[in-house]
Design a protein around this ligand. Structure first.
Ligand SMILES: C[S@@+](CC[C@H](N)C(=O)[O-])C[C@H]1O[C@@H](n2cnc3c(N)ncnc32)[C@H](O)[C@@H]1O
Length: 238
């Protein structure tokens, strides 16, 4: 498809899609939490990825609050941003029902409205594929991270494929979403490295309990870090 839409027009269709999907989003086995075993498996993964110390975190494209709420349960201070108000409404309702404090607000994952260096950790799950300008997004995540802060992207190799039946909104825009059709961990890692993310590590997330199914394709977390100031200094000879 010809590249004819502005990024604002692409995002208007993305928002339209997720407003429409919000009501039953959590019902899918790979979206919501459907058993104690699934809940425990995600707590274990996120506990390990985040580490034991309480951190200030930003969940970009938080949707109905999947990561944000689990991370708040684990004792972290989490902000969640999304462009779909219906998704955010559900996230807020789930936080209230669970007695958790998470600050959910409308915000663009490509341009979080936070001062430089605010967060220890930026997280996302299943979001980079639906962004029209991933380099802008990663630059903004590096900006809001403190030096040495980390980002965790939970992603999968699946995606929209040409010829496959796809939701109406995405049929119009997938050609303008650079990661809509190929999100291999190798491609995403190389991209993040190009954006200046360092110490990149890929952790497979293939336990079927996490996704409610064994048939999930490649699932993984990519963990990277914003360089500390001293990382950027030239090596001194002895
Ligand atoms: C597949 S859902 C994932 C939701 C959540 N991260 C999860 O793991 O359940 C994608 C989410 O990204 C949000 N989204 C898409 N583009 C966005 C953008 N530019 N800024 C903020 N949120 C965005 C959508 O509204 C939707 O809630």
């Amino acid at each position: 498809m010809a590249n004819t839409m502005t990024n604002a027009e692409v995002k208007r269709l993305v928002i339209q899609h997720w407003e429409r999907r919000a009501a039953d989003f959590d019902e899918r086995p790979n979206h919501g939490l459907h058993s104690d075993a699934q809940h425990q498996a995600w707590r274990e993964v996120l506990g390990r990825l985040a580490g034991p110390d309480p951190l200030r975190m930003l969940d970009v494209g938080c949707g109905t609050g999947f990561l944000a709420l689990l991370l708040a349960e684990l004792g972290h201070q989490v902000d969640g941003i999304d462009l779909a108000t219906e998704m955010l409404e559900r996230a807020r309702a789930k936080a209230a029902a669970a007695g958790l404090t998470v600050y959910f607000q409308t915000g663009d994952a490509e341009a979080p409205d936070a001062p430089d260096g605010t967060y220890d950790l930026v997280v996302e799950r299943h979001v980079i594929w639906t962004l029209p300008d991933p380099p802008r997004a990663v630059r903004s995540w590096l900006r809001v991270l403190r030096p040495g802060g980390r980002m965790v992207l939970i992603e999968g190799s699946g995606g929209i494929r040409q010829g496959q039946e796809m939701p109406a909104e995405y049929a119009e825009i997938y050609g303008q979403l650079p990661f809509s059709t190929d999100r291999s961990s190798e491609r995403l890692t190389a991209f993040l490295q190009d954006q200046g993310v360092v110490d990149l590590v890929v952790e497979p997330l293939m336990d079927p309990v996490l996704w409610g199914s064994a048939n999930t394709g490649q699932r993984y977390a990519i963990i990277g870090r914003k360089p500390r100031y001293r990382d950027a200094l030239p090596m001194r000879s002895a």
